[in-house]
Design a protein around this ligand. Structure first.
Ligand SMILES: [Zn+2]
Length: 196
């Protein structure tokens, strides 16, 4: 019998989360995806998820055969990084989704987040917009960490999310954070990296 760790290392989708929805999505669901107002960068990441075009370690493992443990998640270093692991299942990322969910008052469970992200379950426009914002913040923080070689940090990921929302006119900062942000901006030490 497999132990939990071995079972969880399998790179195949694990029910009830099936991150291969593009073939299952109806025309109506695709129309909804294109209709919901979101920034180009947000929609791009989400589209990559829906069409299985995420550059996961699993997807890259064939071109990185010389690397030690090709396909393994570089954040937790415990499991194969497939779409589901990259976006949600890595433990630090599921904590980030929980924190973002709380910040944005979405009150969704983990499975509900996954199902809304893949359009398996219908969510209203505002929830979709906030899920997109969260996905974008996760993506940016993920790649900054890989490129600049620093570990995932939920505080920094949440700051990324708050700053994205701030730029859209949604204020989820505490007063102390606002003054820090304003000071940083005034001193031009804050910069928003753009990673597509
Ligand atoms: Zn991981």
């Amino acid at each position: 019998m497999r132990n939990d760790k071995e079972a969880r290392s399998l790179p195949t989708p694990r029910p009830p989360y099936d991150f291969s929805p593009a073939t299952k999505m109806t025309t109506k669901q695709w129309k909804l995806f294109w209709r919901v107002p979101m920034a180009h960068g947000v929609r791009t990441v989400w589209w990559r998820l829906l069409t299985q075009k995420l550059s996961t370690q699993e997807a890259l493992r064939h071109i990185r055969t010389a690397t030690e443990n090709p396909g393994m998640c570089k954040i937790c270093k415990k499991f194969i990084e497939d779409d589901y692991h990259m976006i949600y299942d890595c433990s630090l990322k599921s904590s980030f989704w929980k924190a973002a969910n709380h910040l944005l008052g979405m009150e969704l469970t983990g499975p509900e987040i996954c199902q809304a992200l893949t359009f398996e379950k219908q969510a209203d426009d505002q929830v979709l917009i906030h899920l997109g914002d969260t996905l974008r913040a996760l993506w940016l923080h993920h790649w900054r960490g890989i490129i600049e070689k620093y570990p995932w940090n939920n505080t920094h990921a949440m700051r990324q999310l708050r700053n994205q929302l701030w730029q859209k006119g949604e204020n989820h900062h505490s007063d102390a954070m606002i003054s820090q942000y304003e000071t940083a901006k005034a001193n031009e030490v804050y910069s928003d990296a753009v990673i597509e």
